[in-house]
Design a protein around this ligand. Structure first.
Ligand code: UT7
Length: 330
């Protein structure tokens, strides 16, 4: 029997209709379109406005989009992983709610939480399940409602983040397509630079934490930027070396969308021209766990069977890494 690899066989997406533009942010905080565009590459982002709806709402929509496009019977799905930094609730798994709602009644499910690297780590996790030979259809959804933890009076963070979801179906492949190799890392020193301080076990919610705005994202942007640039570029270079790949072998860089300048620095280190770099940060901003699956949706038609893709991400924790992947369909 040939070696089993984990290959993506279908993709789906959902972004909320509401568009928050740079111009609109100019009326909310002391910022301007020119600053945001040159420093981040972002022009607009989507925000989920409907009251009482959270990350699962978008995850379900993205999964249903995939199910419809792939003509998939949801009962055939065996595992649903929701990669997210903004689960619906504490204690109750978001993925369980999502799996039931999409009709994946024969599946088990869990949430995978690792900030902006959640989807990348999810790919690695799914690959192990598939490679074991035990699972044949695994749905990985990256979804985040970042607006639920953003202070829209803080110009340092509110210009960056957006909401969205992307879904990807993995199946076994015996022709060698799919996930080939990975290089994943974490460093817990990073948590002081990017975090939501309260609401977890270290600092449970209280009147005090609300008053102190500790349920919002705090980011020391300059420090995170520095680590993101060097680490994302490092791992992208390492994954090439580790697999004796040269830049001409690479069809696409699929980078987490945190800042256009971080993406450009990574491409530069790999000596890659920007035509080979997937980018949609101008439309959606940083959607945390959803950036990578949203890219796959937006670029699906341009992808060809056999294309070499390098995925790369960096995020809170710190967490980061790169994956070498061969696209499996036209
Ligand atoms: O995905 C998870 C990981 N996250 C990231 O990778 C994000 C990493 N960080 C970044 O992308 C960037 O650091 C930011 C986009 C957050 C900020 O860009 P920056 O070039 O690092 O700006 P800065 O924080 O160094 O600030 C430069 C100046 C400051 O003014 P002074 O001190 O030079 O007078 C800021 O106060 O820009 C000011 N500033 C702004 N001005 C207009 C900060 N935010 C804004 C704003 N509009 N929104």
């Amino acid at each position: 029997m040939n070696k089993i690899t984990a290959a993506i066989t279908a993709v789906g997406k959902y972004v909320p209709e509401y568009v928050l533009t740079n111009k609109m942010l100019e009326d909310m905080v002391d910022t301007n379109d020119e600053w945001i565009t040159t420093r981040t590459g972002i022009k607009e982002r989507r925000i989920l406005k409907e009251k009482g709806k959270g990350t699962s709402f978008m995850a379900i929509k993205a999964a249903k989009d995939l199910i419809a496009k792939a003509n998939l019977d949801p009962k055939d799905i065996e595992l649903v992983i929701v990669a997210t930094a903004t689960p619906d609730m504490q204690a109750a798994s978001t993925s369980a709610f999502v799996a039931s709602n999409i009709g994946a009644t024969e599946a088990f499910s869990f949430d995978l939480i690792s900030a902006c690297s959640s989807f990348l780590y999810g790919m690695s996790t799914v690959a192990s399940y598939i490679e074991s030979g035990k699972y044949k259809k695994v749905l990985l959804i990256g979804a985040d409602m970042n607006s639920s933890m953003i202070d829209y009076t803080d110009r340092a963070t509110c210009i960056i983040f957006g909401d969205g979801a992307g879904a990807v179906l993995f199946e076994p492949n015996e022709e060698g397509y799919g996930l080939q190799d990975e290089y994943l890392r974490t460093d817990g020193k990073g948590r002081e630079f990017l975090q939501v301080a309260a609401g977890g076990s270290v600092l449970p919610a209280s009147e005090e934490t609300v008053k102190n705005k500790q349920h919002f994202v705090y980011q020391d942007g300059r420090t995170v930027f520095k680590f993101a640039v060097s680490n994302m570029a490092d791992v992208s270079e390492k994954i090439l070396e580790q697999n004796q790949l040269v830049k001409d072998d690479v069809a696409w860089l699929v980078p987490h969308q945190a800042n256009k300048r971080i993406i450009e620095a990574t491409a530069n280190r790999m000596n890659l021209s920007m035509e080979k770099v997937m980018m949609n940060i101008h439309k959606y901003g940083n959607t945390t766990s959803a950036t990578i699956p949203l890219l796959l949706n937006d670029y699906e038609e341009q992808l060809r069977k056999g294309d070499t893709l390098i995925f790369a991400a960096f995020g809170g924790g710190f967490s980061w890494g790169a994956i070498y992947y061969t696209w499996a369909y036209n």
